[in-house]
Design a protein around this ligand. Structure first.
Ligand code: NAP
Length: 267
């Protein structure tokens, strides 16, 4: 039997086992996916265990950056971002991928996004993956709005280094910019109202990386009320999981993310 895992610390409730175990079942694989709590001080030990015992694993907060030094290599966007969320074990060699980037890029591309001006709210790991996807889809102007302005500046410097105009804004309700795409890369809107009205930013498309299994986030509610097209965080979560499965198993046709979403919501 192949064994896969997700590691994080603290590892709160995660939907990943439900998604991957469903995919394995549909594909008829003798495989299982389990959540493992791994503290930062045990990460090195875990990696040696994984080399011998796991076929692959996902990585979540706080290990996405620190894992890079402990594995044998990274590919494409994971290398550029210095951040890994999926590790493939090829005969004892551990290779890191960033499937958040792939999921975001795919979803935006499928909605016809062609590089219009974008506002990213947040400046953490997934905001970086989103920024790289924007670059690769032809975006030439990005605004970054973050609670900690200094961290927003760091993301803007990275975006500038790719030859893209970037301006940092503090997290505020009123601002005088117009963008085509608004991306939320913070947990805002899961427990409380969302502080920014996408209509004020002129957004035609909203990507909310935050998600709730039962019901919509406040940002998705706002977008729907204002007839703005949106992509929700569950879609990205499922897409990144399916891309991880493809990295582990090779390409497959079914299931697609909509089928998995129906199963998750029906549980
Ligand atoms: P991260 O690296 O820890 O970054 C967190 C970001 O959220 C930072 O910009 C932080 O601002 C901001 N933030 C946190 N709490 C806030 C608050 N109360 N008010 C305003 N800003 C706040 O985490 P991450 O991995 O980028 O994840 C960010 C969000 O995306 C999380 O909700 C996560 O669940 C979600 N996510 C979803 C997917 C998916 O597949 N759908 C994938 C990855 C992440 P400061 O810099 O000021 O701390």
């Amino acid at each position: 039997m192949r064994v896969y895992a997700v590691i994080g610390y603290p590892l709160n409730y995660t939907l990943s086992p439900s998604i991957h175990n469903y995919v394995f079942r549909v594909l008829g694989l003798d495989a299982i996916y389990v959540p493992l709590k791994v503290s930062p001080s045990r990460l090195r030990h875990f990696v040696e265990f994984a080399r011998d015992s796991l076929s692959g694993f996902n990585v979540t907060i706080p290990h996405k950056v620190s894992i890079v030094q402990l594995i044998d290599g990274t590919t494409g966007p994971a290398k550029e971002l210095g951040s890994v969320n999926t590790v493939v074990n090829r005969d004892g060699e551990l290779l890191g991928y960033n499937t958040d980037y792939l999921a975001i890029r795919q979803a935006l591309s499928e909605r016809g996004y062609l590089g219009g001006d974008a506002l990213i709210i947040g400046a953490g790991g997934v905001a970086r993956a989103a920024a790289l996807a924007l670059r690769d889809l032809g975006c030439t102007r990005v605004y970054v709005m973050n609670r900690t302005v200094e961290r927003g500046r760091e993301l803007c410097s990275l975006i500038n280094s790719w030859g893209i105009d970037c301006e940092v804004l503090s997290l505020q309700r009123d601002f005088g910019i117009k963008v085509q795409l608004l991306i939320n890369a913070t947990p805002l809107g899961v427990e409380e109202g969302f502080p920014i009205d996408p209509r004020n930013a002129g957004a035609e498309l909203v990507l909310d990386l935050a998600y709730r299994l039962s019901g919509d986030t406040s940002l998705v509610e706002l977008a729907r009320r204002e007839s703005i097209r949106y992509i929700d965080g569950l879609e990205i979560l499922i897409r990144q999981a399916i891309e991880a499965d493809k990295a582990w198993l090779g390409s497959f046709e079914r299931p697609d993310w909509r089928e998995v979403l129906t199963v998750l919501r029906g549980r």
